[in-house]
Ligand binder design. Sequence first.
Ligand code: NAD
Length: 298
Amino acid sequence: MTQIAFIGLGHMGLPMAKNLLKAGHEVTGYDVVPEALEAFVKAGGKAGISIAETVKEAALVITMLPEGKHVRAAYEGSQGIFNHIQQGALIAECSTIDIETARHIHKMAESKGMRLIDAPVSGGVTGAEAATITFMVGGTKADFEAILPYLELMGKKIIYCGGAGLGQAAKICNNLILGITMIGVSEAFNLAEKLGLDAQTVFDVTSESSAQCWSITKYCPVPGPLPTSPANRDYTPGFTAAMMLKDLKLASQAAQLASNATPLGEEALSLYTLFCNQGGKEKDFSGIIRFLRGEVET
Ligand code: NAD
């Protein structure tokens, strides 16, 4: 049994932390939102009262926070993780954040003699619940191997991507594809409807043909063909449009730094910006299909 500290018990963090509890580890959780902490305690976890107090006895610290600024706030400063974690503890930073912040956190860890990996995930809330998410890991091979047995309790595919920040690089590229394909799939389903095709037929054809992709087979943006997709519950997230917008911004920022053109990524960024500004930001990102139809979220 390992003492684990889990910081950030939101849509993803809570089910991930629950899987560590199920495996018999002692997990202390912390979240700034009291309801998130209550849900964790209900599942058998121990509530921390601050980041400093939560991490001080842990052999492994995992963070699952919204953005780079939250990660910096949680790690730095007199009350942050780096000032209170015990020597020799391992750290897995699992949020999806910008590569610069990821590398900055790696450098700080290194300068303090800590062992840290960046390990963002894909697979959504259902994947987190079922312990089938994919981890994309950046850091040293030795630190990857030390943390691997814990990642295996929360995910199915754990892929070593290379040095510091390259887990984030892989995640950003993955979500660049996802944002673009969700828009493409949505356009096609909208057009198909206007042409007189029913959604089930479009699903049956495209999920078995050359258009086949995750946005169709695992996350179909229209209600009906795939009962588990957010389209069947009025686009309740899941993965919010605001989070997708964040990831497309990360891709745009990374592309600029690397002097690499991503024209479709830029188009997807514009469309998700408009969707979020028109009331869609707390909807699931697949709700962009309604925006593309000209509907406004209320
Ligand atoms: P979320 O907003 O539901 O959860 C984040 C939690 O962090 C919140 O409960 C928030 O209160 C907490 N938090 C913020 N600052 C904190 C602090 N200083 N100390 C303690 N807690 C703090 O977000 P989520 O959907 O769980 O996503 C988390 C990360 O995982 C994001 O970077 C996201 O892009 C990524 N991600 C999400 C999904 C998904 O489907 N939701 C899938 C893959 C990756």
